[in-house]
Design a binder for this molecule. Structure first.
Ligand SMILES: NC(=O)c1ccc[n+]([C@@H]2O[C@H](COP(=O)([O-])OP(=O)(O)OC[C@H]3O[C@@H](n4cnc5c(N)ncnc54)[C@H](OP(=O)(O)O)[C@@H]3O)[C@@H](O)[C@H]2O)c1
Length: 288
């Protein structure tokens, strides 16, 4: 059985929607009301009662700006919660698949980032996500940490839904053009993860080969400005997008200016083909 924590979040719901396409797997979807990952005893009890074979952790504290004023809450979920899951997975001898963020990077490199590039997280969210990765790998080396970026889906809090909502009553929007990265369509990421699990179950890949840090986003490169423009182009909306600089749109937490992820490692190891971000955006927009 695959235990999926944080099942009602943006990414968690994508796994739920995909489950029917992977009938060979039994899932247990646990939302925050079913399992608080930061409660160590509850996690231990849950593992003893349910005996999962895999754990996919979609639970996280993701309010990037709010985290600046709630560091303890962010740490509780992103560090303590992740450590609890990793400990329970280590005890049960099962793999943990966990998600982290491109925000762990904040360097000056402007070529696609590799998993071995130096990290320099700025802000509470980014620092707690990095600490969570490290805590998980320290207690359970068979943790697969997938760093991803700019995640969106037809549901949840995300940039696509925000742009469409704002466009409904504003003729023009100002969007930063000096933060460069790649959007990730959450259903693509969920499908990649289930494909990887399938390869392990089919013995094409050893469970130990999942260990460590991996990158996943869609292919291609964009600024947030380009992303917004593509949303309005594809939806044929007349909204004008004006490029602005990050300094004109100050936020409590800093975002990395460049966080394009190099996906060479995950593609080569698991034979994945990753769609271009525009192709996946088009798919997502069909829902609206
Ligand atoms: N969204 C992005 O752009 C982005 C970018 C890079 C990486 N990521 C990473 O991708 C992963 C999935 O993100 P997402 O966009 O799906 O986030 P999300 O929509 O905010 O979902 C997170 C889920 O975690 C749950 N949660 C919070 N605290 C919990 C706890 N103590 N125990 C159990 N569940 C808890 C939340 O439930 P409640 O709502 O009930 O609290 C929520 O359903 C996260 O690890 C995130 O850091 C996201």
């Amino acid at each position: 059985m695959i235990l999926l924590t944080g099942a009602n979040g943006q990414l968690g719901q994508c796994f739920r929607q995909l489950a029917a396409r992977f009938p060979q797997f039994a899932f247990h979807f646990a939302g925050s009301a079913d399992l608080d990952i930061a409660d160590r005893r509850a996690v231990q009890r849950f593992f003893q009662q349910n005996r999962p074979d895999w754990c996919i952790n979609c639970a996280a504290y993701t309010a990037v700006d709010k985290a600046e004023s709630e560091p303890a809450q962010a740490r509780r979920v992103n560090v303590q919660g992740v450590r609890n899951l990793a400990q329970a997975c280590a005890q049960a001898g099962i793999p943990l698949i966990h998600f982290s963020t491109d925000y762990v990077y904040h360097g000056t490199k402007n070529a696609p980032l590799r998993e071995t590039d130096p990290v320099s997280p700025k802000g509470v969210y980014a620092r707690t996500k990095l600490a969570g990765e490290r805590a998980a790998l320290a207690v359970h080396p068979h943790t697969m940490v997938i760093r991803t970026s700019w995640v969106y889906a037809p549901q949840g809090h995300n940039f696509v839904r925000t742009m469409l909502r704002l466009a409904a009553d504003r003729p023009e929007l100002r969007v930063v053009f000096d933060q460069i990265g790649t959007p990730t369509y959450a259903p693509d990421l969920a499908e990649a993860v289930l494909t990887i699990i399938q390869k392990v179950e089919n013995k094409e890949v050893a469970p130990a080969d999942l260990s460590g840090i991996w990158h996943y986003s869609n292919e291609g490169v964009a600024s947030w400005y380009d992303f917004a423009q593509a949303i309005f182009d594809l939806k044929k909306l007349p909204t004008r997008v004006l490029p602005i600089e990050t300094r004109d749109f100050p936020t409590p937490a800093q975002r990395p200016p460049f966080s394009v992820l190099n996906k060479g490692k995950i593609k080569a190891a698991f034979g994945l083909t990753i769609p271009h971000w525009r192709e996946s955006l088009e798919k997502c927009l069909q829902v609206f």
